[in-house]
Design a protein around this ligand. Structure first.
Ligand SMILES: [Zn+2]
Length: 342
């Protein structure tokens, strides 16, 4: 229910995906790239248990060691498999942008994932318990539609598993940062790790295989519903256009299924532009983010992404509309956008 499915993107290049289903507490997709002297990973499996799945998959295709793990961004569902992977391959490089490393090394991340501070970890685990209780209550709430109760029931089961996984998880800061780009050379699978600008977070890394024309985007591209928290709408559009300009054959997103065209990318660009256009006149008012979101109409985009699926329509609003309007409002007002602020 909570695992990865392996997909071969080309000989020696694989994606471990959670698939098309929306998860309230997801695991980030993982890229597996075989070079001549070892395996390079894009993200880490989201927890020690997720990393176990990654390790089992690697063992099934190769006896080479993991030589490098590229973290696309700081979120725990991408970063928290690193500790387990380093037990298996202690010499692996862990590479990210400077902002990603800074966040993972900062106590600011304590609210979102376990680290070295026992007291903060206890608080984090208590928050997970509160979240699980909320989801269980919602699953029983007779005022909710049956489809929503079913969604909350599944989310509660997944969140309880997440809690068990977090009890043994510890974040590890990357060992290596890059500025602009870094190349991991290879005869067959050279890898370019690039920073195209701030997008979903302040430090999104993009992994590009120029020979195979495969791009791993991290959460710069997420389906079926993107995440809009503390992001950078105008720069994000620029990053998406740079990804499109790569003229990729395959796009492996941070969540969701592999893409082989730019239909969804174009949707994202259009949605972000639409949000900025609608938010611009509201920025001059003193509306709160919540009030501004009520003035913004994203019904067409919601229908395209979520269709008639009640559960997805709910999360389109909570994970995308409200947070992206809040981000766009701060951007338009010239206010700082801070990672982990909401
Ligand atoms: Zn993610």
């Amino acid at each position: 229910m909570y695992g990865y499915q392996a997909e071969r993107l080309s000989p020696g290049v694989h994606a471990l995906n959670q698939g098309a289903q929306f998860h309230l507490q997801p695991r980030g997709n993982v890229g597996v790239i075989e070079q001549s002297d070892g395996i390079v990973l894009v993200d880490s499996g989201g927890s020690p248990a997720g990393a176990e799945q990654v390790i089992a998959f690697i063992r099934s295709i190769s006896d080479k060691p993991v030589t490098a793990i590229v973290l696309t961004h700081w979120h725990g569902d991408h970063a928290l498999g690193v500790s387990r992977l380093l037990q298996e391959w202690p010499r692996a490089r862990v590479i990210s942008t400077a902002p990603t490393r800074e966040m993972l090394a900062s106590p600011d991340a304590d609210r979102f994932m376990p680290g070295d501070n026992a007291q903060a970890n206890a608080g984090f685990m208590a928050d997970i318990q509160d979240g699980a209780n909320f989801l269980q209550q919602a699953a029983q709430d007779q005022n909710l539609h049956e489809a929503d109760r079913a969604g909350f029931a599944q989310a509660a089961r997944e969140y309880e598993q997440f809690g068990r996984e977090m009890a043994v998880a510890r974040r590890v800061a990357p060992t290596e940062i890059f500025d602009g780009s870094v190349t991991l050379p290879d005869r067959v699978h050279p890898i370019e790790v690039r920073f195209f600008g701030r997008a979903n977070t302040s430090g999104d890394a993009i992994v590009w295989l120029p020979r195979q024309r495969i791009v791993f985007t991290g959460d710069v591209v997420v389906a079926p519903v993107p995440y809009g928290f503390n992001s950078y709408p105008s720069e994000w559009i620029g990053v998406l256009n740079q990804i499109k300009a790569l003229n990729y054959a395959v796009l492996a997103p941070g969540h969701g299924q592999t893409m082989r065209d730019s239909v969804y990318l174009d949707h994202l660009i259009a949605m972000l532009s639409d949000v900025r256009t609608q938010v611009a006149p509201l920025a001059a008012t003193d509306l709160t983010a919540e009030a501004a979101s009520a003035q913004v109409n994203l019904d067409v985009a919601r229908d395209e992404l979520a269709g008639e699926d009640r559960w997805l329509r709910r999360w389109f609003r909570n994970y995308w509309k409200d947070p992206i309007v809040s981000s766009a409002l701060r951007e338009a007002r010239g206010q700082p956008i801070v990672q982990g602020a909401e």
